[in-house]
Design a protein around this ligand. Structure first.
Ligand SMILES: N[C@@H](CCC(=O)N[C@@H](CS)C(=O)NCC(=O)O)C(=O)O
Length: 264
């Protein structure tokens, strides 16, 4: 039995949802509302001490962090296998996933979303910063976890208010895409002739960059292989199942907006 604690429209959750869809696995859904801070509640912090989604539960075993979860799923459910069999290609897969993990997508997203969406997301981080000390006080047994989360959120808040830092992050996108372009002009998939976990992870990230209006970077002919790759990954049934249909229900969104704008 697989259970996934996740959030609608969460990039890290989408990576896992893609892998679950590629493997045609059934799972029990636990959608958390990040706009009402369900991820910061003590019951969830006990499950995932960093207070982030996703968290996978498999036969009672708790697995956290999307990069760890996708590897775990591939080991436990190897049909189809999404890890290359050749050691050199396995290393390549690891480095594509690491390259993605090291990129500060969180700051990029919260710093670049525009309009109401951007305002909601940035205000949610400010509220987290106010909420965490209260949660820490009310739950002294989780002091360590809440303190670590508070320090992380403070830094996060600081970064997304800093236009220079966001501009520096934005400037790193193109060189990263150039690396993908080089690989994809030689092979159909990031690790050669077959689709792998690296492709699932990058599908979610490239789709998000497109939503953030960085799609112009491959819309013209500067990254033709990347553009063709994106069409290929988006044509897979997993994309429809895991990403296109990943929309927060209106009632959940309204509850979240009320929390963000009417209370602090
Ligand atoms: N390294 C973690 C990062 C998880 C993460 O940052 N998740 C975001 C959603 S994509 C989250 O839960 N944000 C809420 C918060 O940090 O309070 C992973 O890949 O699972």
């Amino acid at each position: 039995m697989l259970e996934l604690y996740n959030a609608f429209d969460s990039l890290c959750s989408q990576k896992v949802k893609l892998v679950l869809a590629e493997k045609n696995l059934e799972w029990k859904n636990h959608s958390l509302n990040l706009l009402t801070f369900e991820n910061l509640q003590p019951s969830y912090i006990r499950l995932n001490p960093k207070g982030v989604v996703p968290t996978l539960i498999h036969d009672g075993k708790v697995v956290t962090d999307s990069a760890v979860i996708v590897r775990y799923l591939d080991k436990q459910f190897p049909h189809p296998l999404l890890t290359p069999t050749e050691p050199l290609l396995q290393e390549k897969m690891k480095s594509w996933i690491n390259l993605q993990n090291q990129f500060p997508m969180r700051e990029l997203m919260y710093g670049n979303y525009q309009g109401i969406e951007g305002a909601v997301l940035r205000r949610s981080v400010q509220i987290k910063q106010k909420l965490l000390p209260q949660l820490m006080q009310a739950n002294p047994e989780l002091k360590e976890q809440y303190e670590a989360k508070f320090n992380d959120v403070r830094q996060w808040n600081f970064s997304i208010q800093d236009a220079n830092e966001i501009a520096t992050i934005n400037a790193k996108i193109e060189p990263m895409l150039a690396q993908l372009e080089e690989q994809l002009s030689q092979t159909d998939w990031l690790c050669g002739a077959t689709y792998s976990l690296a492709d699932a992870v990058w599908t979610a990230v490239l789709n998000r960059l497109g939503e953030l209006k960085f799609g112009y970077l491959w819309a013209d002919d500067t990254h033709p292989a990347l553009k063709a790759y994106l069409s290929r990954v988006k044509a897979r049934p997993s994309f429809r199942k895991a990403i296109q249909s990943d929309k927060m229900p209106l009632s959940m969104l309204l509850t979240g907006l009320r929390r963000i704008f009417l209370s602090i």
